[in-house]
Ligand binder design. Structure first.
Ligand code: C2O
Ligand code: CU
Ligand code: CU
Length: 513
C-alpha cells in the first residue's frame, strides 16, 4: 500500500513541507519530525536514588502519543514518557528497588531481561501488575557490566505491549572493572534500541494484520531507533561505543556499515567478551545485545545498515515457502552517521576485556532437550487437514498455530522442568520448524557449548541469555542454576519472537532443593 507519506517521500518532498505549504524542509525546527533525518533520541538516563542501601527507581507505565511522522500522531505506551522508557543504570553488587505503577489501563508485567534474580522479582507472566496497581520488586545486581533490557512479559499480550512501547535499556556498570572503554552516556556510549514498526495511514501502529504476522511474528517496514524514525547521529569522538539492542518483536538484523568498514564487538548479552572481535557484519536476533566500538576518525558520512539475508529455504507451492524465502531478506537503513572533521581522541580498545571461565561440559549433571516447533502454515494454504504427506513441508506440524516446545504449549499451571538447585545442566536446543527461533532462558546467563557440533563463533563465546537456533540446528548451551530455590514460582524459557511466545512457545522451570 502506498500511503500519502510514502508517495511524498518517493518524490523527495517531506510531508512536513507539504502540509505547511513549504517545499524545503530546512525551516523545520529541532522538534519537528522530518523525512530528511531526525537527531537520534537518547533515552533519559535514570540512575535511581540511593536510600536504605538500595537504589530506588520510580517507573510509571502510561499511555502516550508520539509523532513519528510530521503529520500524524501515534498512540503509544511509555515508561515515564510517551514511548519506551528511560535507560536504567545499575551497579554491580548494589541492590535495586523498582517502584512500578501501572497507569496503562490494562494489566501488564515488567521483566528484567538477562538478570539473575529471585522469581519474586523476575516480572514474568505470573507477576501481573493489575490496572492501577504498583509492584515493588527488589534484587541485588550480580551481573557483569553490560547491556540488558526490560520489557512487558504479560501472558499473550507481551508482543502487543512491547510493540506499543513497553521496553527500555538497562546498563550495568561495575566499579571494579579496570578497562577503559568509551563510557560517556549519550556522548561516546550510545544506546541503540532498534525496532521495526508498521503504521496505518492514520498514524496508528499496525499490529497483527496479516496471516504472515501470526506465523513469523510482527515485522514492520519502518525502523525506529530509540523511538526515532530516520535518525542521525553526529559523533564528537573518534571511537564510539554503540550498545545494540534488537528490541524488535520478530525481526533479525544483520548490522553492517554502508562502506563495509570493520568494527569491534566488545560485549555480548551478559557482558564483555574476552577480547574484541573484529567484524564487518553482526547478526542479532530479537532480544540479543552486542556492544560494538566503531572508528569514525575518517570524518566520513556513513550509515549503519541492516543487510538482508540470502534465503536458502526450498521453493515449494504454497504460502509457507514464499514467507520463509522472503524472511529477513530486506535491507534497512538504521542510523545515519554525519561525519565530523574535528573529533576528540579516544583511548584504544584494550587487548583484553575480561576473563571468561568457560563452564566445562563435564560439570553438567543433567542434559535436557528442548524441541522448538511450529504448526502454523506448515502446509500450503489449501491443505489444512492432518497428515504427514509432502505438503506438510519440513515442519510436520498440525496446522493452526501450534507454537510449542517439546510438543507443549505454555500453560501457566504446568511446570515443564524441575531443576536441582546448585547444579549445572546442558540444554540441547533443536528446531524442527522452518524458521529460526531466538531461545531465551530466564535467571541469568549461559554459555553456548556448540552449534551442530562445532565450536561457536568467537562472538558467541561470552555470556549469553538468548541464542539463535536456526531451522534444523542443534545448539547446546550450558548453565548453572544457583541461589534461588523456589518450589512454587517458576522462571520462563521461551522463543523471543514475541508473537511466538504469546502463542505458546514458552515453558516454565522450577529450581528445587
Ligand atoms: Cu526478554 Cu522472558 O524475556
Ligand atoms: Cu528474560
Ligand atoms: Cu519463535
Amino acid at each position: 500500500m502506498i500511503t500519502r507519506r510514502k508517495a511524498l517521500k518517493a518524490l523527495g518532498i517531506s510531508s512536513l513541507g507539504a502540509s505547511t505549504g513549504l517545499v524545503m524542509p530546512s525551516l523545520a525546527t529541532a522538534q519537528a519530525v522530518s523525512d530528511q533525518g531526525n537527531p537520534l533520541r537518547i533515552p533519559q538516563l535514570a540512575e535511581g536514588e540511593l536510600t536504605n542501601n538500595s537504589r530506588q527507581f520510580q517507573l510509571r507505565l502510561q499511555r502516550g502519543s508520539r509523532n513519528f511522522f510530521a503529520d500524524t500522531a501515534t498512540a503509544t505506551f511509555g515508561i515515564n514518557g510517551d514511548y519506551l522508557g528511560p535507560t536504567l543504570r545499575f551497579r554491580r553488587n548494589e541492590a535495586v528497588s523498582l517502584h512500578i505503577q501501572n497507569g496503562l489501563g490494562e494489566p501488564t508485567t515488567l521483566h528484567w531481561h538477562g538478570f539473575h534474580l529471585p522469581t519474586s522479582a523476575d516480572g514474568g507472566p505470573h507477576d501481573v501488575i493489575a490496572i492501577g496497581d504498583t509492584w515493588n520488586p527488589q534484587f541485588t545486581v550480580v551481573q557483569f557490566a553490560g547491556t540488558f533490557w526490560y520489557h512487558s512479559h504479560m501472558l499473550n499480550t507481551a508482543g502487543e505491549q512491547v510493540y506499543k512501547g513497553l521496553a527500555g535499556m538497562i546498563i550495568v556498570e561495575d566499579d571494579e572493572q579496570q578497562i577503559e572503554l568509551p563510557s560517556a552516556y549519550g556522548v561516546d556510549d550510545i544506546p541503540l534500541l532498534i525496532q521495526d514498526r508498521r503504521f496505518n495511514d492514520d498514524g496508528s501502529f499496525q499490529y497483527m494484520s496479516t496471516y504472515e504476522d501470526t506465523v513469523v511474528g510482527m515485522r514492520g517496514d519502518v525502523i525506529l531507533v530509540n523511538g526515532t524514525r530516520q535518525p542521525y547521529f553526529v559523533p564528537t569522538t573518534k571511537l564510539v561505543r554503540f550498545r545494540l539492542l534488537n528490541a524488535a518483536n520478530a525481526r533479525t538484523f544483520v548490522f553492517a556499515f554502508s562502506d563495509g568498514r570493520e568494527f569491534q564487538q566488545i560485549a555480548s548479552d551478559g557482558g564483555c567478551l574476552e577480547t574484541a572481535v573484529t567484524m564487518n557484519q553482526l547478526e542479532l536476533s530479537p532480544a540479543e545485545r552486542a556492544e560494538i566500538v566503531v572508528d569514525f576518525s575518517d570524518g566520513q558520512d556513513v550509515r549503519l545498515i541492516s543487510v538482508g539475508k540470502v534465503s536458502n529455504f526450498p521453493e515449494f507451492p504454497g504460502a509457507m515457502s514464499v514467507m520463509m524465502r522472503s524472511l529477513n531478506t530486506q535491507n534497512f537503513d538504521i542510523l545515519d552517521i554525519r561525519g565530523q572533521g574535528r573529533l576528540q581522541d579516544s583511548a584504544p580498545v584494550p587487548d583484553r576485556l575480561a576473563s571468561i571461565y568457560r563452564l566445562p561440559e563435564a560439570a553438567a549433571t543433567n542434559t535436557r532437550t528442548f524441541r522448538l516447533s511450529m504448526g502454523a502454515g506448515m502446509r500450503s494454504g489449501d491443505d489444512r487437514g492432518p497428515g504427514t504427506g509432502s505438503r506438510n513441508g519440513n515442519g510436520g506440524g498440525h496446522g493452526g498455530g501450534n507454537f510449542s516446545i517439546n510438543g507443549r504449549r505454555m500453560d501457566m499451571n504446568y511446570i515443564n522442568e524441575r531443576i536441582q538447585f546448585n547444579t549445572t545442566e546442558i540444554w540441547e536446543l533443536t528446531n524442527n520448524s522452518p524458521m529460526m527461533h531466538p531461545f531465551h532462558v530466564h535467571n541469568g546467563q549461559f554459555q553456548v557449548l556448540d552449534r551442530n557440533g562445532q565450536q561457536p563463533p568467537a562472538n558467541e563465546m561470552g555470556w549469553k541469555d538468548t541464542v539463535r537456533v536456526g531451522s534444523g540446528e542443534l545448539v547446546r548451551i550450558i548453565m548453572r542454576f544457583t541461589d534461588f530455590v523456589d518450589e512454587k514460582n517458576p522462571y520462563m524459557y521461551h522463543c523471543h519472537v514475541l508473537e511466538h511466545e504469546d502463542r505458546g512457545m514458552m515453558g516454565q522451570f522450577l529450581i528445587v532443593e
